[in-house]
Design a protein around this ligand. Structure first.
Ligand code: SAM
Ligand code: TMP
Ligand code: ZN
Length: 404
């Protein structure tokens, strides 16, 4: 298999075996066989893009019943609202501005833009979440964004000042079509802004559960700059973000249109110093991950043997990789508590652990809670203070297995 960006040679560095679709929660009693694929990851020897070696067809992941909701975390709502305010005050402050969001999901970010009366369009293929956005007054097109979609939008609405995508661009293997679409859609001085989990944070924290079907690419400043240049764009800004376990917000502009900020050169230099895309670094990451798995399984097995009760917290897409790679099932984790309506009453994909609403978590509290939504740890631990007061302890596994 060749690099999806530049056709270069891929060097595989980790293999998580056969995995289900991470957001395909199973209806109990449904006899349908689960779709499985091989979750392995490699780095391109030419352009340094880290990517999955097998692609899951997009309709298997993003469809009417796609359960993930952007609005499920108060911190993320604030994050998107403050970005909307920033766009409105800067890139969208001109005459009749227009912004397009790829993967707008339930409309959390665009809701603010709509309230400000600014022209916008969300492009969202997952029908259920797109309906939620529309109900908030957001203008949505139920579609996968790609070159043809971009041409249709441009014909209908004219050029965009901003194209934005959060936790969506890294989900899309067909990058040539996306970037040529963005080039069609953006006005000459416009910007393409996207934010996704950062390879540097994944390597540093050994956060291997960022690797699952939907996360096809693991971006760095170096790989993004190379990808951008292939389509006439330049990387003009980078901003590290604390959300979702460490992300970077990248800004692309047409080559020559804007001067890159010093932050770009700084991040490129830091990446070179840490050698984050070096095969040796990535192999060391994989070894650390295998040790992490052994420690987590040993801890959960010991707790079960001692008769302790362990629940999961947050039926995240990330947890699919942990559960299926570590072979954790309902014998080790009784159920997983989650606030998302479409996940409740279902079973976790592959590992078949029941998912229940948050009320079940306190009724009664378990002895231990395995925090799958560790990227929301601060918000969750504050909300669940009573769990620790009742004698409970959190199990974390990133960057290492520990109790807190
Ligand atoms: N932007 C939101 C956020 O950050 O919370 C949602 C992120 S969610 C993980 C990824 C979203 O991208 C899903 O709602 C999915 O339906 C959408 N998506 C996947 N492929 C897409 C494509 N080609 N064009 C537009 N949206 C896409
Ligand atoms: P994410 O890490 O991909 O954002 O997914 C977080 C999951 O955790 C999502 O299914 C919602 C769930 N969740 C809770 O159950 N309780 C919470 O307090 C938060 C913040 C998230
Ligand atoms: Zn490449």
């Amino acid at each position: 298999m060749a690099c999806r960006i530049c056709s270069g040679r891929l060097h595989q560095f980790a293999d998580f075996g056969s995995q289900p679709v991470s957001d395909a929660f199973v209806t109990p009693g449904d006899p349908a066989e689960e779709y499985m694929f091989r979750l392995a990851v490699g780095v391109c020897e030419s352009c340094s893009m880290v990517q999955l070696l097998e692609e899951v067809p997009r309709e298997r992941m993003f469809h009417e019943g796609y359960p993930y909701l952007s609005s499920g975390s108060a911190v993320m709502r604030e994050h998107f609202w403050s970005l909307a305010e920033r766009f409105l005050a800067t890139e969208l402050s001109g005459d009749d501005p227009f912004v397009v969001e790829l993967g707008c999901n339930d409309g959390t970010m665009l809701q603010r833009v709509a309230e400000a009366g600014v022209r916008h369009l969300g492009v969202e293929p997952s029908g259920g979440v797109a309906d939620l956005a529309a109900a908030k007054g957001v203008r949505v097109r139920k579609d996968f964004f790609e070159a043809a979609t971009a041409a249709a939008i441009r014909a209908e609405d004219g050029p965009a000042d901003v194209v934005y995508a959060a936790n969506t661009l890294c989900h899309i293997p067909y990058m040539d079509s996306i970037l040529s679409g963005v080039a069609t859609l953006l006005r000459p001085g416009g910007v393409f802004v996207f934010e996704d989990p950062y390879l540097g944070d994944i390597v540093e924290r050994a956060s291997y559960d960022q690797i699952y079907d939907e996360h096809f690419y693991f971006f760095s400043a170096r790989s993004v700059r190379g990808m951008a240049r292939r389509h006439g764009f330049e990387l003009v800004d980078v901003e590290r973000l604390p959300v979702h376990g460490g992300e970077v917000r990248y800004t692309l502009a047409r080559q020559g249109a804007r001067t890159p900020s010093p932050a770009v050169a700084e991040l490129l230099a830091a990446e070179d110093a840490a050698q984050i895309s070096d095969p040796a670094t990535l192999r060391a990451f994989a070894e650390r991950v295998a040790r992490n798995r052994d420690e987590l399984v040993a801890l959960l097995t010991r707790l079960r043997d001692e008769g302790a009760r362990v629940y999961g917290y947050g039926a995240t897409a990330k947890s699919a990789t942990v559960l299926n790679y570590c072979g954790i099932g309902p014998d080790l984790v009784t159920f997983v508590s989650d606030t998302t309506p479409a996940k409740q009453g279902r079973l976790t994909p592959g590992s078949h652990i029941p998912v229940r609403g948050p009320e079940a978590f306190a009724d009664p509290y378990p002895d231990y809670a395995l925090l799958f939504a560790w990227n929301h740890a601060e918000e969750i631990m504050a909300k669940e203070e009573a769990f620790r007061e009742a004698g409970g302890a959190w199990i974390l596994y990133v960057p290492e297995v520990r109790l807190v």
